[in-house]
Design a protein around this ligand. Structure first.
Ligand code: NAG
Ligand code: NAG
Ligand code: NAG
Length: 469
């Protein structure tokens, strides 16, 4: 996954031609000196960097230490059920069952490992006491009415005006079916669900804030189409809440982005239109609003082979003509962006439909790129968990400004047999420490901090995460 960066500006040693004494040898010796210093710095940094930074955080913050303590997971593939006759085995030598096959098989004996039943549901109304505020990734998560949360492929808006978090996502509480033989599993569009919370744990259902069109078959959000990954940002200049989402037909050939707008975070949102951004096909997407108020759209394009990034117009209702192609040829989707100490980070997944795959972390000095691929951010002993992103796919990263460098990684554990029963995997994400493998273009000098997502069966946010900035 190493990517040599062709686009990075090389360090140029300028010589003033008029200055007669400025010779080649000066340039060469400066370069040698530079290299030497970089190597010394890197040597020292490598020896102490990891330890110092980690030690500092570990020793001085027991709560962060707790977040970094990952749990052991060991899932064994069960033996095949029933005996197959030797003749049958001879006829069709079966390829070995993989853990992904088990995950996708609704009759698997491991079903309850991946999709625990109602008895273990997180219920914020009952679980007060010792279990308060604990996240259990993969369990059913009930809202304050006692109903499973329906906000898949979602994102979070923190509304400063009401000091409330809003969680928007695909409301998928309908039957899963295949539109035709070769089509992917789907649920008809119902709309975009919205939930509100002040603690990121107890979520109140605010209803469906953008509803599917029931009768007009030519409408973008007619129920027979596809609406995925809705993201909402607030525009200070217009005072509007603007929703962007992936709009498609059932065969994923429309590959467009849709825009809706509302005066309130809880809607109703008024659907405006869809378009192909910059004239390109656009599937998985997200919106990232930077500190300076500029919002960017990031989308998988050229048949998911690359990502495109471009700023929105001032009113957030359209894209501008500016766009950059990034991670070209890397085939990434499900982008989730965040920023830490001026550096931009992104988590993406591979493109394998509803099946889980390996996440990658990327970093950039400028949001418009170039973007570097750093590697798999998942920290867990089990290779299976690491290579499947804990059987889930990224959708959003929530910043926790009160604890710099700490975020919540939000992902979906899709259940293609019954999409409404897809689960949420929320885990602590911490930026810190040098990357595992230094990138090669800069003499091994680690430019980026490592992004780590720590596996927990059960965890909660450190105290003080929600103190006012
Ligand atoms: C909470 O934990 C304490 C100590 O472990 C235990 O004594 C108590 O019964 C627990 N309370 C509840 C409501 O589970
Ligand atoms: C149906 O939707 C299309 C596209 O949004 C629109 O142009 C048309 O006017 C709508 N038809 C009716 C009857 O509302
Ligand atoms: C999707 O593809 C199938 C099979 O190729 C076709 O029958 C169907 O009409 C297509 N549907 C749409 C909405 O394009």
């Amino acid at each position: 996954m190493r990517m040599r960066n062709k686009y990075r500006k090389p360090t140029t040693l300028r010589c003033n031609a008029a200055g007669s004494r400025c010779s080649k040898s000066v340039a060469v010796w400066s370069l040698v000196g530079c290299l030497l210093m970089l190597h010394i710095y890197y040597f020292v940094h490598q020896k102490d960097g990891k330890r110092t930074e980690n030690q500092f955080r570990m020793v001085h913050d027991p709560q962060l230490r707790e977040l970094q303590q990952v749990e052991e997971e060991n899932i064994q593939i069960p033996p095949p059920r029933g005996k197959r006759s030797p003749r049958a085995a001879k006829r069709r030598p079966k390829r070995p069952t993989t853990i992904i096959d088990e995950f996708l098989d609704e009759n698997s004996q491991l079903r309850s490992t991946f999709f625990p039943g109602e008895k273990t549901a997180i219920n914020p109304m009952n679980d007060a006491g010792n279990d308060s505020f604990f996240y259990y990734p993969g369990r059913i998560w009930l809202d304050t009415d006692g109903t499973p949360i329906q906000a898949h492929g979602g994102g979070i808006l923190y509304d400063e005006r009401t000091r409330t978090y809003y969680w928007y996502g695909e409301y998928k509480d309908g039957p899963t079916y295949h539109a035709h033989k070769k089509a992917a599993a789907r649920v008809d569009i119902i709309g975009v669900g919205c939930y509100s919370s002040t603690d990121l744990w107890k979520w109140k259902n605010e209803g469906i804030v953008l509803e599917a069109e029931e009768s007009n078959e030519t409408h973008d959000i007619h129920k027979s189409n596809v609406l995925e990954r809705p993201k909402v940002v607030y525009n200070e200049k217009t005072g509007k809440y603007v929703m962007w989402m992936h709009i498609d037909d059932a065969n994923y050939t429309k590959a467009s982005v849709g825009i809706a707008v509302s005066d309130y975070p809880t809607g109703p949102f008024n659907y405006l239109r869809s378009k192909r951004p910059h004239g390109f096909d656009s599937r998985d997407m997200t919106i990232f609003k930077d500190d300076d108020g500029v919002a960017y759209m990031v989308y998988s394009s050229e048949d998911n082979s690359e990502l495109h990034i471009g700023p929105l117009t001032e009113d957030f209702l359209d894209v501008t003509p500016t766009v950059k192609r990034v991670l070209v040829g890397q085939h990434r989707e499900a982008p989730a962006l965040f920023k830490h100490q001026g550096t931009y980070y992104m988590i993406t997944s591979g493109c394998t439909g509803w099946a889980p795959n390996e996440a990658l972390a990327h970093a950039a000095e400028s949001i418009m790129g170039p973007w570097e691929t750093m590697g798999n951010p998942c920290v867990v002993k089990s290779k299976t968990f690491r290579h499947t992103t804990f059987f889930s796919q990224s959708t959003y990263v929530i910043p926790l400004p009160a604890i710099p460098g700490t975020f919540i990684f939000m992902a979906d554990r899709w259940n293609p047999a019954d999409l409404r029963d897809s689960r949420y995997v929320w885990l602590p994400l911490i930026v810190g420490g040098p990357v595992d493998r230094p990138l090669d273009y800069n003499f091994g000098f680690p430019l980026w901090s490592r992004v780590s997502i720590y596996w927990h069966r059960k965890w909660r946010l450190p105290q003080g995460w929600n103190v006012l900035k």
